[in-house]
Design a protein around this ligand. Sequence first.
Ligand code: B1M
Length: 210
Amino acid sequence: MALLEELREAVIDGQAKLAAAKVEEGLAEDIEAGTLLREGLIAGMAQVGKLYEEGEIFVPEMLVAARAMTAALGVLKPHLVEQGVASSGKVAIGTTQGDLHDIGKNLVAMMLEGSGYEIVDLGVDVPADKFIEAIKDGAAVVAMSALLTTTMTNMQLAIQAITEAGLRDKVRIIIGGAPITKSYADEIGADGYAEDASSAVRLVKEVLAA
Ligand code: B1M
């Protein structure tokens, strides 16, 4: 579909206004929000990652692509959320220490918020003590995101710190992000792993019911 191709190109070229306009155009044409997200925005960003790996683009281009994706996500947000799913529970979410990637984390937060959870967004580069504070403030779930192989290990350190603070049995801890796997979640003692934002919503429901 031409519009999805144009949306991917707008993200790859870092054209924020155009990306947002293409999402609006897609919605007006009744293209599903999930399709615009997966086949437009996420596919465009995957291509950005590939171009970076191949040395065709550099960090500044990745950054403008991220801005374009964020702008387009802002338009998409009200259409992504599930309507009227009554659910309770406070979820503290953050990107792990040393890691500045926040698009995936924001997407997960957005979908959880739309499913009725109260979100405490701790932002990026979140040290263990911030997660601990959030648990003390009543977060029932801690969701950690990592995009770098060098920062995913900080998830384990955060879980250790939460355990040492005597809070491990008060909270469910779930993790996600491109380098994360279920076996890594098991290895570091997390309660679950979600591959994408919609599975994160299902996972939160599951861990809170367990
Ligand atoms: Co960075 N970067 N980056 N980057 N960047 C990657 C991750 C990389 C794979 C690119 C590459 O080499 N192909 C690579 C990591 C390599 C590795 O560790 N193996 C990389 C690198 C190397 C770096 C720097 C080190 C580059 C440098 O400076 N030399 C640097 C590190 C900075 C730091 O964090 N300390 C860096 C910087 C940046 C930017 C700032 C320029 C920018 C981020 C801007 C921002 O986020 N605001 C950026 C970007 C944009 C990327 C890529 C291109 C795109 C990431 C993204 O937003 N994807 C990325 C390549 C790629 O992923 N293909 C790359 C879209 C997003 C929707 O997907 O985040 O995977 P994702 O989230 C998904 C799932 O993973 C899951 O759900 C989301 C929705 O489906 N999920 C969760 C995520 N978090 C979850 C939490 C959960 C559950 C599910 O909780 C339970």
